[in-house]
Structures are given as C-alpha cells and as structure tokens.
Design a protein around this ligand. Structure first.
Ligand code: GAR
Length: 219
C-alpha cells in the first residue's frame, strides 16, 4: 500500500451477500475508507454475484473444480490470478464456503479475513448457530478473524455478542447473528483501514494513534 490511496478490498462469497451489502453501503456512505475492487464467487447463481452486478462492481464467477469443500489446484490458481490482476490489499471472506489453504494463503499472508457466525473459539465449522443453540449457551455472536491454515483458528480482530432467547429457533438466532455481522465487518475493516487496529501475535489491540496501514497486520 502506498501514500493515501484507499485500501482495496476483494470480497469472496458463495451466498446471499448481506455482508457484501453492509460493506458496500459503508464504503458508499463514507463510513469505511476503502474501495470494493472486485467480488469473486464459486457459485454461479449466488446472491452476492447478482448484488455486485447491480452495483456495477467488478465481479467474476470462478468454477471451484472437482471438490465439494475446497478449491482444486486449478481453481485456487484462478482465484489468485484474479486477485493479483486487481491488486487488492485485503481479501474479505463473506460467506465463502470453501476452505482456502496452500497456494492461496501463501500468496496473501495475513491478508485474508473471515467472518464466522459464533464467538470463536466456540463452535467453529458449519452451522455455528445451531451448534450454539444445541449446546445451550445463553450468549453467542460473531467473529472477524485472520485466516490461517486451520479452520476458524486465526487471530481474532473483532467480536460482537448476541443473546440466545429461550424461544429461539436456529433461523431466529441466525437472523440475529447476521444483523450483528453486518455491523461488525465494516467496523473492523474501518479500524484496519485507518490503522487503528494493531496485531501482536494472536492479539489485536485498538490504538488511539494511527499507525502505518502497512504495519497493522504484521503478525
Ligand atoms: C455469514 O453468516 C457468515 O458468517 C457465514 O456465511 C454467511 C454469509 O452470509 N460464514 C461461515 O459460516 C463461514 N464459516 P452473507 O452471504 O449474507 O454475507
């Protein structure tokens, strides 16, 4: 990143696109000092792809290849190439439902962020809200974290809590978590974009003084 140019974000998603919308709205409203450079998806008929088209944001469907839960080598290279071409600073996973590893994470070390619908490290993996409900916790929430080689294990950048109600169903609880996600992701991205979130090892710390945007993600 150089000078005062805006941080360039890529958003990767497979689904509805509510976090994409929240981030795009925050950029448009001047609440997030970043630019949406590209949206990439592994699902040809995803909501996120349609929403990106509607907003005139560069977007692309890249076929994921032969595996169900991860990208195959060819697809992973195609994603890396598309991101390199667009020269993005951070890669924002917003409901991207395939595990990224190997070549992808080496290409963008500590530059890939994810949002997960629980208070990590509780309930990693799929349907975290159902896991939380079945476990019987009274509070759950959402987490933005850096993606590392594990599943939902990277350093935590921000969390929001959500109460679990006595009469909750999985759908009701998830809807409440998604509302919290749509607030949390733009907040965390703005803190990073303005250099007000610094990471030491596994811990992220809010700072008063703005630090170099380049250094804020050095871990
Ligand atoms: C979000 O709830 C996000 O936490 C989840 O996918 C949803 C995408 O919603 N991601 C994961 O579960 C990843 N483990 P959206 O398409 O409306 O932003």
């Amino acid at each position: 990143m150089s000078g005062n140019r805006k941080v360039r974000l890529a958003i990767l998603g497979s689904g509805r696109g509510s976090n994409f919308t929240a981030i795009a709205d925050a950029c448009a409203a001047g609440q997030l000092a970043a630019e949406l450079a590209v949206v990439l998806t592994d699902v040809a008929d995803s909501g996120i792809l349609r929403l990106a088209h509607e907003r005139g944001i560069k977007s692309q469907f890249i076929p994921p290849g032969k595996f169900r839960t991860k990208l195959d080598d060819e697809a992973e290279s195609a994603f890396v190439e598309a991101l390199d071409e667009t020269q993005v600073d951070w890669i924002v996973l917003a409901g991207f439902m395939r595990i990224l590893k190997g070549e992808f994470l080496r290409a963008f070390p500590n530059r890939v962020l994810n949002i997960h619908p629980s208070l990590l490290p509780s309930f990693p993996g799929l349907e975290a809200w159902t896991q939380a409900l079945e476990y019987g916790v009274k509070v759950t929430g959402c987490t933005v974290h850096i993606v590392d080689q594990g599943v939902d294990t990277g350093p935590i950048l921000g969390q929001r809590t959500v109460p679990v109600m006595d009469d909750d169903t999985p759908a009701l609880l998830y809807a409440r978590i998604q509302q919290a996600e749509n607030l949390l992701y733009p907040e965390v991205l703005q803190a990073l974009a303005t250099g007000r979130l610094v990471i030491h090892g596994r811990r992220s710390v809010a700072v008063e003084e703005m630090v170099s945007k380049q250094n804020c993600l050095e871990i």
